[in-house]
Write a protein that binds this ligand. Structure first.
Ligand code: TNX
Length: 528
């Protein structure tokens, strides 16, 4: 609080003084504005060392220097764009080295993938990575080293002082996902883009889109046009619904990839299919199309397992959906198939696996698919709660025994649609109330007996939208829980404690305020 007040006072002193300041006061100002103590970052980097007394001040004349290919230049432009908005500085992006610059460099000296190194010194900021993706993850850390007002949309007064740090960072797990249900309520391209920008802040690298369910079909399939014209025409509560045209969907995929986020499409089968069944009578065993559905029950619909048209349909859908998704993952759903007999379910998953294979994709499904004859390399998403009455952890073990890897989304930890407490106005509570501490105090490698680190690809936070109508609702449920799940996926587990985490999470509050994120002021967090 005190530090922030000092910054503001000194900042206005500088602007009203106007004339070129002497070196000494400027230095004194920076020193006073330099944040003291450990920077509060989420997710916590694998290795972070602060250098007391060292700090970097971004000057009005500073440049963003980039050494690398076109993709690295795109990351540099993205960073400059973020910083220009709030600093009002020109921040030209250039290939020529410059003093006092923020330098982004591709370097063979850093481990590959998403790893990066970030050094903040008096003389400049140096961010290095082997890939543009690594630079992008490092840029998110760099943003959090700036004062929170850097995230404002309008120009703020400086000074822009960063603490001196040496960071070497890389993720623990390769899959750090956010799932968004665009079926129960449809969300347009701009809403999803906003969510992409918010999850990117926490180094999330997968956006799993739940594109079909009983209430709506949201992705264009030219060979079965009624899926969208009929199946996409409504949503929970009976509103107009909607769907992505091929152009709109391509724009989403492009935008996500500019944030190094892979879009994983889900077409839920064989249950959760009322929208498709309502669109095409021939998909029903009795040849009669049911009405569209706008309630929130689950488990009442099933594709007709013993009709060949079902598999022609799925082959067409898989081909067209895969063509719109460069990702090698294809999510077939498979959950809550209460209206499909156990034998039919296995028959179905086995055939579906062949279809996904034919279209050169890796099959992923909710952990129930473990009942099928999975091929090694398949991915099962564990979604039931921890062990206990509702836990179905034997399915996770069954999946790994068949050679599948797991993505961990235990409902009583990661379900962002669960209410925080009984007074939460949005959300459901079938898996219990999920406060910030609940969503943080677990580990993917110890959650299920018999499932260890090497069985786990990573974590994902599902956001089902039965009760969510707009971006404010999405933000309120995702924040502040999503960053903690992202941290569980990114940061080393050793030494993790909620008491330490809550202090770092508190520092995100002013950032969300600057970005107008409508977050839940959980009483568990010492917000400033
Ligand atoms: C269970 S989790 C579902 C969804 C619901 C969600 C609501 C899962 C694989 N299926 O159909 O939207 O609960 O929390």
């Amino acid at each position: 609080m005190l530090a922030a007040a000092t910054v503001a006072v000194l900042g206005s002193t500088v602007t009203t003084a106007g004339a070129a300041p002497m070196v000494l006061p400027q230095e004194a100002e920076a020193a006073a504005a330099a944040p003291s103590g450990q920077p509060r970052l989420v997710p916590q980097p694998a290795s972070l060392r602060t250098v007391p007394g060292d700090h970097f001040t971004l000057a009005r004349s500073a440049r963003v220097v980039v050494r690398g290919d076109g993709a690295a230049k795109d990351v540099a432009s993205y960073l400059a764009g973020v910083l220009r908005r709030s600093t009002g500085y020109a921040l030209p992006v250039t290939g020529r080295p410059a003093a006092g610059a923020i330098t982004l460099a591709l370097s063979k000296g850093v481990a590959g993938g998403e790893a990066y190194r970030l050094n903040v010194r008096r003389g400049g900021v140096e961010l290095t990575a082997r890939t543009a993706q690594g630079l992008f993850r490092g840029v998110q850390t760099l943003r959090q080293l700036f004062p929170a007002k850097v995230e404002s949309v309008g120009v703020q007064s400086g000074p822009w002082v960063l603490p001196g740090v040496r960071i070497a960072d890389a993720p623990r797990f390769s899959w750090r996902g956010a799932h968004l249900d665009v079926s129960r309520h449809f969300f347009g391209v701009n809403t999803v883009k906003r969510y992409i920008d918010l999850i990117a802040l926490y180094k999330v690298n997968v956006l799993h889109l739940h594109l079909s369910d009983d209430q709506g079909w949201r992705i264009t399939v030219d060979s079965w046009p009624r899926l969208t014209s009929v199946g996409g025409s409504t949503q929970v509560g009976g509103g107009p619904g909607g769907f992505y045209t091929k152009a709109a969907y391509a724009e989403l995929v492009r935008y996500a990839s500019s944030r190094f986020i892979t879009v994983v499409p889900e077409i839920d089968t064989p249950g959760h299919t009322n929208a498709a069944l309502a669109s095409y009578a021939e998909l029903n065993c009795d040849g009669v199309a049911p009405p569209l559905y706008t309630g929130i029950d689950v488990g009442f619909s099933s594709l007709c397992i013993n009709k060949e048209v079902t598999y022609r349909f799925l082959d067409d859908v898989t081909r067209e959906v895969a063509a719109q998704n460069p990702s090698r993952f294809y999510h077939v759903g498979g959950d809550e198939a209460h209206s499909t007999s156990p034998e039919d379910y296995v028959t179905f998953i086995d055939r579906m696996q062949g279809i996904v294979d034919d279209h050169d994709r890796t099959m992923m499904g909710w952990v129930d698919i473990a009942r099928g004859n999975l091929k090694p390399g398949a991915i099962a998403q564990y979604w039931y709660p921890d062990e206990g009455s509702a836990g179905r952890t034997e399915l996770a073990r069954e999946a790994t025994s068949k050679g599948a890897k797991l993505v961990m989304s235990p409902a009583n930890r990661t379900y962002l649609d669960m209410k925080y407490d009984p007074s939460t106005p949005l959300g459901l509570s079938w898996a219990g109330f999920v406060e910030v501490a609940d969503s943080y105090a677990w580990d993917p490698a110890t959650l299920v007996d018999g499932v260890g680190e090497s069985d786990v690809l990573g974590v994902e936070a599902p956001l089902w939208s039965e009760t969510l109508l707009n971006i404010d609702h999405i933000e309120f449920m995702a924040f502040p829980r999503l960053p903690g799940i992202a941290e569980i996926g990114w940061s080393p587990a050793s030494g993790r404690s909620f008491d330490e985490y809550r202090e770092r999470l508190a520092a995100q509050g002013p950032r969300w305020t600057a970005m107008s994120v409508d977050f839940h002021r959980s009483p568990q967090i010492p917000w400033e």
